[in-house]
Design a protein around this ligand. Structure first.
Ligand SMILES: *Cc1c(COP(=O)(O)O)cnc(C)c1O
Length: 384
């Protein structure tokens, strides 16, 4: 089942490595991260790539991307320290989280960061005070399209267009450098026209601001690029072609700089989570479904299966006839049910102690793992 997500050589590496280790743990194939980075470069040739560190913040990934020439989008000053400690210069860092303390803006500024994203007046005033003269991306609310994505970022971020133009004018008055407009169409966005809707709005705002003598230079298209899960998505090259078509349609000859902040799209497919079946049970003698409890669950790596949002492909070495299962994690918490409504099929021959591999788990797994819920340690990560 789903073996085809990785090559035979990759499987050999994963299984040989995993055989001698106690589960659960995450394995990251660094070659895959490198390949994806090169795909982004190829499919978006004119874009600047800022890796969204929060997706998978391991130093091995960050150093690899540093050496490949990537820039970094950070969510906090703690992520900032991590990239700076690896020798990344602060002019390759963008502070993309709109929610930040004044003190943290100052820290970032003192360490050399000059690029920030913002979506409200109080934050613009903090930026003007604590990070004077910095470049600012103004984040546009994307409520209408994020609902099509598998992990929407919803109404929490961005502001309405009229508020955005007010903020740009305010920022200019306060001596900041209004640099561009950012948006995020929702993570794991399988509907490519979501970018069409967003870019059309951005174009209108550029034109409106031009009339106010403000010339914005860049569009920051955030993340949203997919990893291959159970439900397939278009290849990245199709995203590249379509998005570049939208940009030319709206902007013609005066194409702005393009910034991308992929997280999931860069690292998702690089990870394989190895787990073990702890128990298999039925709720009555006549129950047709098996409950399969694994040593990984919502609290130690599979947070994005909440509401069954992200459906990871699963691989076991057992094969033969399959049947319905409910998959659940190891903790004493009833929230810790991974898939119940979506009917995963696993071999009837599956036994306690068998390995279950969760594929495409390189993003938003280890970093989302709790530190000691029920006493279980955080998910370990190994880099191959
Ligand atoms: C989380 C985040 C990203 C990464 O999103 P993906 O969908 O994982 O690619 C990019 N930009 C910002 C501002 C984010 O908060």
């Amino acid at each position: 089942m789903y073996r085809g997500y990785y090559s035979p050589a990759e499987w050999k590496k994963i299984i040989e490595f995993s055989a001698i280790k106690e589960t659960p743990f995450l394995v990251i194939l660094l070659d895959r991260v490198q390949q994806k980075f090169q795909e982004f470069r190829r499919d978006f040739p004119s874009a600047k790539i800022y890796y969204a560190v929060k997706a998978s913040p391991g130093e091995e990934i960050l150093s690899l991307l540093r050496d490949l020439g990537s820039c970094f989008d950070i969510a906090s000053i703690y992520e900032l320290d991590r990239v700076l400690n690896l020798g990344v210069s602060p002019d390759r860092v963008s502070f993309g989280n709109t929610i930040k303390k004044a003190q943290h803006i100052r820290d970032a500024y003192e360490k050399g960061v000059r690029l920030f994203a913002s979506d409200c007046e109080a934050d613009i005033r903090n930026l003007a005070n604590e990070a004077p003269g910095s470049k600012v991306f103004f984040r546009l609310l994307m409520d209408a399209v994020t609902s099509d994505s598998d992990w929407p970022l919803s109404r929490k971020f961005g502001c309405q267009p009229r508020m955005l133009t007010d903020l740009v004018l305010l920022a200019a008055d306060l001596g900041l450098d209004p640099y561009g407009i950012s948006f995020h169409v929702g993570s794991q966005q399988r509907e490519i026209p979501a970018w069409d809707t967003a870019i059309a709005q951005v174009c209108n705002l550029f034109e409106w601001l031009e009339r106010e003598q403000i010339h914005l230079k860049a569009i920051n298209m955030g993340g949203g690029f997919p990893a291959n899960y159970l439900v397939k998505s278009n290849p990245l090259s199709v995203y590249g072609e379509e998005i570049s078509r939208y940009i030319s349609l709206y902007f013609g000859d005066s194409i702005p700089e393009i910034y991308l902040e992929p997280g999931r799209g860069l690292t998702g497919e690089a990870g394989i989570l190895a787990s073990e079946v702890v128990l298999i049970s039925k709720k009555s003698r006549t129950d047709l479904k098996r409950w399969v409890y694994t040593d990984v669950g919502i609290f130690n790596g599979l947070m994005e299966t909440i509401d069954e949002s992200i459906k990871y492909p699963i691989y076991t070495e057992k094969d033969g006839e399959t049947g319905d299962v409910i998959l659940a994690g190891p903790t004493c918490d009833s929230l810790d049910i991974i898939y119940e409504h979506f009917k995963y099929q696993l071999p009837l021959s599956l036994e306690i102690g068998d390995r279950i591999y969760w594929l495409s788990t390189g993003a938003y797994t280890a970093s989302y793992s709790s530190v000691e819920f029920n006493g279980f340690p955080p998910l370990k990560t190994y880099y191959l």
